[in-house]
Design a protein around this ligand. Structure first.
Ligand code: GLC
Length: 743
């Protein structure tokens, strides 16, 4: 009886909650409609217009009229790159002078931190730790929202298989499964407990879509792919972001199969707002509406505005196409007012949900801004996240971790004392950075104090041909017990408009490694980069290599913790590392082809280069630990499954090393035969486990029908009966396997 009463109470509660929520949702819609009814056409178009602030620019600037007066006249719905409570308050006060007092939305690229800078997103992706990644976004949102920002143009969820593309640093690498999990984590981190909270930012999944597939890895370049590839590889992280509740999306600069994303109805109307039922709004990328003229897709701004608004681009960032043309397009009957109303409704809906109509100044709280400005807890979290982002690529003879009693250490290389480089691209520089950022030299000094003698020699510049510093570096190495070299690419060599044709270690850095190695002293190399670099000689000859990416404000302390064993590295590569630029694109989830290359001994008549190994230098999912993890006893609960009868795959993982450590156990599945060819394997699950030295654990994955689905040639998402293989291991190559079938 009690149970029944509870169930009855429970269902009554849920019914009333449903009506209250519906009433609330209806209230937002009613409020939106009530404002919309009052708006003139020009005021509606004003909401679809976004300008850059005067404090920073992240694209080509258009110098024109008095923005503040345009705000006063209701000709602006949003601004970007306005930061700080004073500035946003000042502009919001002007918006309150407009006829309808519609509040402005302030957006900014809070990509990996605001006041506290976190590891670049590709580094965080190496952690494979969605809870940690979510925390990073949560802290970034808390700091930025305290500074008057309401909307971040993040997460960037573009899948990237070409490390020549500079923006690979901004995403989660090459895999749609990992990319989707991270996209959802970042959206949830930014939006926190939900829009309307003063520590929540509206997320903006970008760049919709397939921007990362730019031909040749050249930023802004054309993208040409089958719809199947688009659906299998490039759209899943966007769908995951939408499913996680992303408030907005940003479209991309590229043309996709001949149609610019900004003017692409298939992408924005059919898929996003149609199939996915997206209720948020789409902002263009910087000037991308006007750039459809360059694309040759629009004759002029008038046509560009027509194409963009018809295709579902709701807000025009910085191109002025909407503010200069939409009114005429409507008056001439080219654009129905319903299209304008739909875009404006979407924008107003978010402003209501953010609570900006109730209190336009709710994000302008000086005390909260100051409280967040030097938040020690955020710095501690940053160091923790940075440690989880570093990939141990090599550790011959267990050179690492180094002994804290080491007497003399040579610190060599252009990044040992670098300061702002540690922040990577899409970071904010603050006046006190030089004291706030922990350099790699300082981190080691903090760790060892006066116990060790640190001999510093820059050795060479990042990218010039001079070897004048080599002698000093060699001398330091000769006097040291161990050499730590910090090398890489400059932090502004990856990021937007930073595609590179040559991704080798720049300048004479590898020559420096060779020269220092000649001393015979043990060498540890740290590689700082926003992308996979090519460093084959170093990889083949140096005893230990840590890929440190760009780790943010606490970089030095995080690296020192790893070097001296206070943190055991656990990260895994989210992207394949090529041996040469000629090997690009190279990715793990490739098709088998009719003449598969399965070993380096057999390349003739095989899908392989005759002059290069068939394998990447380091494979997707690869990363070592100071512990040693062995995999054994893979077995399945059944060798066949049905659509409604999942099976379980189990493997035993043992830590046979001398250190406790964390391992990311990866599950891949291969569909051996399909109505279209299927990849040799696809990531379909991962679990992070912690094992004490000597400890074993059984790790299980449930294989359900969803893990077997794919888009067939008619773009139907389904699984097909047949034979499959399961692979489980610590990277995409060294795997235990077991067959099963789907009946
Ligand atoms: C840039 C970038 C985009 C960014 C926007 C605003 O061009 O492509 O990612 O959010 O402009 O800064």
């Amino acid at each position: 009886m009690k149970k029944f009463r509870n169930n009855l109470f429970g269902s009554l509660l849920s019914i009333s909650t449903f009506f209250v929520c519906t009433a609330q949702r209806k209230t937002v819609e009613q409020k939106v409609d009530s404002v919309l009814r009052l708006m003139t056409l020009d005021e509606k178009i004003g909401q679809m217009n976004q300008y850059n602030g005067d404090w920073d620019a992240t694209g080509p600037i258009t110098k024109d009229g008095d923005k503040q007066n345009q705000i006063r006249k209701g000709m602006l719905g949003s601004m970007l790159n306005v930061t700080g409570v004073e500035h946003t308050r000042q502009l919001q006060e002007i918006a309150m002078e407009s006829r309808l007092k519609i509040p402005l939305l302030f957006g900014q690229d809070i990509i990996h931190g605001y006041r506290t800078i976190f590891p670049i997103p590709l580094a965080e992706a190496s952690s494979w730790d969605t809870a940690t990644i979510r925390l990073s976004a949560r802290i970034a949102a808390t700091e930025a929202a305290a500074a008057g920002v309401q909307w971040t143009f993040a997460p960037m969820v573009d899948i990237a298989r070409d490390p020549r593309w500079g923006r690979v640093m901004e995403g989660a690498g090459e895999d749609p499964y990992l990319g989707s999990a991270i996209a959802a984590a970042r959206v949830r981190g930014f939006q926190g407990k939900g829009l309307g909270n003063t520590d929540a930012l509206m997320a903006c999944a970008k760049h919709f879509a397939a921007y990362g597939a730019a031909i040749g890895g050249r930023d802004y370049n054309s993208v040409d792919m089958s719809d199947r590839t688009l659906f299998e590889i490039y759209l899943p992280p966007f769908q995951a972001a939408v499913d996680a509740g992303a408030a907005t999306l940003m479209n991309s600069f590229n043309d996709l199969n001949g149609v610019p994303a900004t003017g692409n109805r298939f992408l924005q109307r059919d898929i996003l707002k149609g199939n996915w039922k997206f209720k948020g709004f789409v902002v263009s990328d910087w000037g991308s509406i006007g750039e459809m003229i360059n694309h040759g897709f629009a004759k002029d701004g008038y046509e560009a505005a027509l194409e963009a608004v018809t295709a579902g681009s709701d807000m025009d960032m910085e191109s002025r196409s909407y503010i200069n043309n939409l009114s005429r397009l409507v008056k001439e009957g080219k654009v129905k007012i319903q299209l304008i109303d739909d875009a404006v409704r979407r924008i107003l809906r978010k402003k209501f949900e953010m609570g900006l109509f109730d209190d336009p100044f709710k994000f302008c709280n000086k005390e909260r801004e100051q409280r967040q400005w030097n938040n020690a807890e955020n710095l501690r979290a940053e160091k923790m996240i940075a440690e989880k982002s570093v990939v141990l690529l090599k550790n011959e003879n267990h050179l690492l971790p180094l002994n804290k009693q080491t007497k003399t250490i040579a610190l060599v290389g252009p990044f040992v004392k670098a300061v702002r480089d540690n922040l990577g691209f899409w970071s904010y520089s603050w006046p006190d950075d030089t004291v706030r950022i922990v350099t790699q030299f300082q981190g080691i000094e903090n760790k060892l104090g006066t116990n060790a003698r640190l001999l510093y020699a820059k050795g060479c510049e990042i990218n010039d041909s001079s070897q004048a510093g080599f002698a000093e570096a060699i001398e330091a190495a000769k006097r040291a017990d161990v050499v730590i070299m910090s090398l890489g690419e400059a932090s502004d060599w990856s990021g937007e408009a930073k595609s590179r044709s040559n991704i080798h270690l720049p300048g004479v850095q590898e020559e420096l490694v060779k020269a220092v190695s000649m001393t015979g002293k043990p060498v540890v190399v740290l590689i700082n980069a926003g992308r996979p670099l090519i460093f084959n000689w170093t990889a083949d000859h140096v005893a230990a290599i840590l890929y440190t990416w760009w780790l943010g404000t606490e970089a030095g302390d995080a690296i020192a913790d790893i070097l001296f064993g206070d943190y055991n590295p656990s990260a895994k590569l989210p992207i394949s590392f090529p041996r040469t630029e000629g090997q690009i694109p190279i990715y793990y989830n490739h098709f088998n082809t009719g003449r598969p290359a399965t070993s380096d001994s057999d390349r003739f008549y095989r899908s392989a280069y005759i002059d290069l190994s068939i394998y990447p230098k380091f494979p997707f999912g690869f990363g070592l630990s100071y512990a040693e993890f062995t995999y054994s006893n893979i077995h399945l609960s059944s060798s066949s499954m049905r659509a409604n009868q999942p099976i379980k795959a189990t493997v035993t993982v043992t830590n046979t090393g001398n250190y406790d450590g964390e391992e990311t156990v990866q599950l891949y599945i291969q569909d051996l035969v399909g109505s279209v060819v299927r990849p040799v394997k696809e990531l379909k699950g991962f679990q992070k486990i912690f094992l004490k030295k000597g400890e074993s654990k059984q790790v299980s994955f449930t294989i359900d029908i969803d893990k077997l689905k794919f888009y067939n040639s008619q773009l139907k998402y389904q699984a097909e009966p047949g034979d499959f293989k399961i692979y489980i291991g610590g990277n995409s190559r060294d795997l235990q396997e077991a067959p099963f079938s789907l009946k």
